[in-house]
Design a protein around this ligand. Structure first.
Ligand code: HEM
Length: 408
């Protein structure tokens, strides 16, 4: 069967699929461990949906990420006449798009700067920002939880950590949305150019005026007389900012959605806010913000879950599907903050395991605890069964989440 013939049959990963994500992935997982799909841009991909296969794939060096080959692999997997967009590569030379030894080298340098101590030192500031946002919500009968709380908290934290000034924060949100969502090619190119220019300026400022911040530490980070080049620094800061903008936001909002859909779980958390640690792990497992691992392709033909995949094929490692695999998590579609969610793959696995996991957990714990203590009667302002999900091939997040902070 030729690549083109195969596409007439394959399911499309589109807005309707995302709207019903977990049920659709459950059907696929029951039917086959690896399913061929197409994106609305006409890209052909293979999706891995079972937990064991997902873990194994994330640790398998035959699944490559090499940035310099992305363009070639994408071009080879586009349907004819798809008019698919080119990959924006000006910001793409970061470690999440690299294999060893380049990945190892960059990760070592950033780990030196992004230490546990630096993250832990942020705790009082994260608490302060959370308190201020909750204060602002207190006087209002209805707010969008995303705009008023879930977005500004991680954005402010990562922006302060890297030294992005206040006046550019809205621009950052707009740029990252354009680059991550299914948006048009010209718009993405403009956003990428504006963002790299701003990042270059920011790095220049830190060179002239070093501070006690992560960006200065990244500029200064050395290992065996090695350091990050300007291009690597720009791509690294871009990666940290995007990861810091698009992930924790949706962890908080998706998690609160499921807590409100399961009022007995919200009541349990309200009665004992110490349950917040387990609640956040279950939020990550049940509906984490990252649906698939990022771009990977087969360096050579390989067999996953008994399915043969030829070389140079794009593979989506289905984190969201794996986290609902009944073989790993009994009754996976039951949201239960008391369960042992240990082993979930919401932060990935292997050499690319999320570098920001400690920061994300710190933010989510603080946010959730603050919310349940301050607004124990928090209630959705719209029907909870009828929420709208954003269309993205990577991020699972709500378009809006109107709530009454003090209850109905
Ligand atoms: C709930 C929040 C978050 C989730 C669910 C999440 C998830 C992930 C996942 C799944 C990966 C691996 C992707 C792959 O293997 O293809 C990853 C990598 C990464 N994440 Fe996160 N992330 C979160 C927050 C953050 C934050 C706040 C930061 C930084 C401030 C961050 C920085 C990174 C970086 C730098 C990598 C690349 C690591 C590497 O290539 O070695 N993440 N994240």
């Amino acid at each position: 069967m030729s690549t083109t013939e195969a596409h007439t049959e394959v399911p499309v990963f589109d807005a309707a699929f995302v709207q019903d994500l977990h049920a659709r992935y459950a059907e696929i997982r029951d039917a086959t461990p690896v399913q061929r799909m197409a994106t609305p841009h006409g890209l052909s991909v293979w999706v891995i949906t079972r937990y064991d296969d997902v873990r194994a794939a994330l640790a398998d060096p035959r699944l490559c990420k090499e940035v310099t080959r992305i363009q070639e692999v994408i071009a080879a997997n586009l349907l004819p006449d798809s008019g698919g967009r080119e990959f924006e590569d000006s910001l793409a030379s970061h470690m999440l798009n690299m294999d060893p030894p380049d990945h190892t080298r960059l990760r070592k340098l950033v780990v030196k700067a992004f230490t546990s101590r630096r993250v832990e030192a942020l705790r009082p500031r994260v608490e302060q920002i959370t308190e201020r946002l909750l204060d602002d919500m207190a006087g209002q009968s209805e707010v969008d939880l995303l705009d008023s709380f879930a977005f500004p908290l991680p954005i402010q934290v990562i922006s302060e950590l890297l030294g992005v000034d206040e006046s550019r924060r809205d621009a950052f949100r707009a740029w990252t949305n354009v680059l991550l969502d299914a948006s048009d090619r010209e718009e993405a190119a403009v956003a990428a150019a504006e963002m790299s220019q701003y990042l270059a300026e920011l790095i220049e400022v830190k060179r002239r005026e070093p501070g006690d911040d992560l960006l200065t530490a990244l500029v200064d980070a050395t290992e065996d007389q090695d350091r990050l080049s300007d291009k690597e620094l720009i791509a690294m800061v871009f990666l940290l900012l995007v990861a810091g903008h698009e992930t924790t936001v949706n962890l908080i909002a998706n998690g609160v959605l499921h807590l409100l859909r399961n009022p007995e779980q919200w009541a349990a958390l309200r009665a004992d806010p110490e349950l917040v640690t387990g609640a956040v792990e279950e939020m990550l497992r049940f509906d984490g913000p990252v649906m698939h691992g990022t771009f990977r392709f087969t360096a050579e033909p390989m067999t996953i879950g008994g399915v043969e995949i030829p070389a140079k094929q794009i593979v989506w490692v289905g984190l969201a599907a794996a986290n609902r695999d009944p073989e790993q998590f009994p009754e996976p579609d039951r949201f239960d903050i008391g369960r042992d969610a240990h082993g979930h793959v919401a932060f990935g696995h292997g050499i690319h395991f999320c570098l920001g996991a400690q920061l994300a957990r710190l933010e989510a714990h603080t946010a959730l605890r603050g919310l349940v203590e301050r607004f124990p009667n928090l209630a959705a302002a719209g029907p909870l069964d009828d929420v709208q999900w954003r269309f993205s091939t990577l991020i699972h997040g709500l378009r809006a989440f109107p709530v009454h902070p003090a209850g109905r």
